[in-house]
Design a protein around this ligand. Structure first.
Ligand SMILES: Cc1cc2nc3c(=O)[nH]c(=O)nc-3n(C[C@H](O)[C@H](O)[C@H](O)COP(=O)(O)O)c2cc1C
Length: 182
């Protein structure tokens, strides 16, 4: 059973998140390049996958144009229903705790739905008490998908461990669900 994490990362932060999700899901990584392109062979990987996990940073309240270019190029798969009934999930990373990441997640969910996919939520309780910290699982309180924050003045090595642990659990959940549909 193959699972693909396809993501765009302009400055490396979302790449680290994608690697964590892939670790949890035991997935193959595909990076959308800075021109919004993927390799021809990547389309075959996507067509063959049981589950596809979309990942993008949030730029100006939505997914970057490079990811949107990939999404538009997936219209060929849409037209032939090549991704019908696959398992899908998604994540977004941005600098602010909120930062309008939900808009990106909703876009990813919509893209999956256009393809006739079955969307997997995050499935984890939020850590939102007085005692909660950024080291906790799902401290950002996602539900539609995984949310991650990367402070704007820091490298990818400064992403809170709780967010990265959540990314691994999210990948595991998508793999568990995909197995049930196999
Ligand atoms: C053009 C641009 C627009 C951005 N817009 C947002 C935004 O709307 N919300 C937010 O929280 N962060 C925003 N950011 C910050 C990025 O989401 C953040 O730096 C993220 O970690 C970048 O991920 P990457 O290194 O994978 O590209 C923006 C960054 C850039 C370059």
């Amino acid at each position: 059973m193959s699972i693909v994490v396809i993501y765009y990362s302009g400055y490396g932060h979302t790449k680290v998140v994608a690697e964590k999700v892939a670790e949890g899901a035991n997935a193959t990584l595909i990076a959308v390049d800075n021109n919004g392109d993927i390799q021809e062979s990547d389309w075959q990987l996507l067509n063959d996958a049981k589950a596809i996990i979309f990942g993008a940073p949030t730029y100006m309240g939505g997914v970057p144009w490079q990811f949107k270019k990939f999404a538009d190029a997936s219209s060929k798969a849409w037209f032939t229903r090549a991704w019908q009934d696959k398992i899908f999930a998604g994540f977004s990373n941005s600098a602010s705790l909120n930062g309008d990441k939900q808009v990106s997640l909703q876009y990813l969910q919509t893209l999956a739905s256009q393809h006739g996919g079955i969307w997997v939520s995050l499935g984890l309780l939020p850590a939102n008490t007085l005692a909660a910290t950024r080291e906790d699982i799902n401290n950002l309180g996602g539900s539609v998908g995984l949310l991650v924050q990367s402070p704007s003045d820091a490298g990818a090595d400064k992403i809170a461990s709780g967010d990265l642990d959540t990314a691994v659990k999210f990948g595991q959940r998508v793999a568990d669900v995909a197995r049930r549909f196999s």
